[in-house]
Design a protein around this ligand. Structure first.
Ligand SMILES: C[S@@+](CC[C@H](N)C(=O)[O-])C[C@H]1O[C@@H](n2cnc3c(N)ncnc32)[C@H](O)[C@@H]1O
Length: 229
């Protein structure tokens, strides 16, 4: 059984995702009550990409997020350091690259847009990942971070925290190949910064015009930013 701890040792994180890879897409859809498709479509729309754009989907896992982006007509590459996750997405026909978010195997200023969905929270040094994403993006290029966040309604936030800590691990036991990984998921969502704090950290990493939009009442937030010219 493989379960990363909150210090997010990169080897533990990669092997935990290797272990859940086979049933990752199904588990995601069940546990998000089908909302994941809506969140992915909103991410694509926020990135404002289209034919002719070169797009990096970082921490792309099984490339489920990448194929949604590619539906825009942009050229999209999936990058992830879990070879098991990339292999589980072998049937998805987008280019795939194995690489660490904190040391990206790409040159400077090569992408028109970069994005990371449900990945930044798992990167041990997320400041380094945000700086790397800025390095590989051209001046004027765009960033969208799609990540779990803090529900805006306090009553709902309380119910949601109960769901995370009680129901989610139980549902995971029924559908996932590695339920312990979903205990890590619940803990990592609770420990993650809220919308305003994440916006501050994105700005600190060198991005400009940082703003966010809540989805599903703040269960998820889309943070968007632009690389200064
Ligand atoms: C929850 S999955 C998200 C997959 C996909 N983007 C999606 O929307 O479903 C998180 C991914 O982040 C990857 N990851 C975590 N830390 C990473 C790092 N330092 N470099 C590259 N990938 C990383 C994991 O391997 C995993 O595939």
């Amino acid at each position: 059984m493989s379960r990363a701890t909150l210090d997010k040792d990169p080897h533990e994180v990669a092997s935990m995702f290797d272990a859940v890879a086979r049933r990752y897409d199904l588990t995601n859809t069940v546990m998000s009550l089908g909302q994941d498709r809506f969140w992915r479509r909103a991410t694509r729309a926020a990135l404002k990409i289209g034919p002719g754009d070169k797009v990096l989907d970082l921490a792309a896992g099984t490339a489920v997020s990448t194929v949604e982006l590619a539906a825009s007509g942009a050229w999209c590459v999936a990058a992830d350091f879990s070879v098991g996750m990339l292999a589980a997405g072998a049937g998805r026909h987008v280019p795939k690259v194995a690489g660490d978010a904190t040391r990206l195997p790409f040159g400077d200023d090569v992408f028109d847009a970069v994005t990371i969905s449900f990945g930044l929270r798992n990167v041990a040094d997320h400041g380094a990942a945000l700086r790397e994403m800025a390095r590989v993006t051209r001046p004027g290029g765009r960033l969208v971070v799609c990540e779990f966040s803090t529900p805006t309604n306090t009553l709902f936030a309380t119910v949601y925290k109960e769901y995370l800590m009680q129901a989610l691990p139980r549902i995971a036991r029924a559908v996932s190949s590695n339920p312990d990984a979903y205990v890590y998921l619940a803990e990592s969502i609770r420990a993650w910064p809220d919308q305003a704090e994440l916006a501050r950290r994105i700005g600190d990493a060198g991005w400009g015009q940082v703003r966010w939009r809540n989805l599903s009442g703040g269960i998820v937030a889309l943070h968007a930013a632009t690389k200064p010219k």
